[in-house]
Design a protein around this ligand. Structure first.
Ligand code: ZN
Ligand code: ZN
Length: 258
């Protein structure tokens, strides 16, 4: 039974920025679905890149799509196109600003319109979209641009990803009503000493985390990701001083099975 297969999550990139040893936001789910594409091509050998069927995007900011142009180039000529799955504003940003025949080729027409390397698949907020054995439910969050968290569900298991956001509401409503929630992946980008930058760029700092997770009391562990590398040492200290047992900093590449 396919529904009995575990939900596997490989954290290929836990960071919100790039430096040697710090890969940008990328999760690989069941080996075939990427959630965000900050660092797919530098994390995975070519054979593993070829197994990726789709990339689900939280939003179109560069740190979440950086490796997508190179992934598509590596998949060029594959019989099955790569699906890029996201709500309409994210797909529109990619069409207009990335795969526009200026920044990068329009791979929805290459090698040909009938055999493209890339297809866009529109998802709708609040409506789950099937991705392999799992479903992905897009949930609007609060960021500088249209952005979405995702509830990833398999029978008897669910995992929530916040995407980039400032203090927000709807993902926590979803968390509250989700039974079998096994883990929450929550962004924290800047240190409390950078609260102004965090506010202006619509991100979270450690001080805001207890208020966020209190919106959905649960036993599910909360794995923090998207730390900006220069801020990491301070974030680590600040998170530790919160003394909040649910919060765990995801500061290396890790794998999960649920
Ligand atoms: Zn962003
Ligand atoms: Zn980001």
């Amino acid at each position: 039974m396919s529904s009995r297969k575990p939900l596997t999550i490989r954290v290929l990139g836990p960071y919100g920025g790039s430096a040697p040893g710090y890969r940008i936001t990328t999760f690989l789910i069941d080996g075939e679905t990427a959630l965000d594409a900050g660092a797919l091509t530098e994390s995975l050998p070519l054979a593993a890149q070829r197994r990726i069927r789709r990339v689900v995007l939280t939003h179109a900011h560069f740190d979440h799509i950086a490796s997508l142009p190179f992934l598509i180039e590596n998949l060029y000529g594959r019989s099955r196109p790569l699906e890029v799955v996201a709500p309409a504003p994210v797909l529109l940003a990619l069409r207009r600003h990335v795969f526009n025949d200026v920044t990068w080729p329009d791979f929805t027409r290459l090698p040909s319109r009938t055999r493209p390397t890339l297809v866009y698949r529109q998802a709708h907020p609040g409506r789950a979209v099937r991705c392999g054995d799992a479903t992905f439910l897009p949930i609007p969050v609060d960021h500088l641009v249209p952005a979405y968290g995702y509830l990833v569900v398999k029978p008897g298991r669910a995992v929530l990803f916040s995407g980039d956001t400032r203090p927000t509401r709807r993902i926590w409503e979803v968390a509250r009503r989700t039974r079998d929630l096994k883990a929450i992946f929550l962004e924290v980008s800047f240190s409390d000493t950078q609260a102004e930058v965090a506010r202006d760029s619509c991100h979270l700092t450690p001080r805001q985390l207890p208020g966020e997770i209190a919106k959905a009391p649960s036993r599910a562990p909360v794995f923090l990701y998207h730390m900006k590398p220069p801020s990491l040492p301070r974030i680590r200290r600040e998170v530790r001083s919160l003394g909040e047992p649910r919060l765990r900093l995801l500061d290396s590449e890790r794998s999960f099975r649920f």
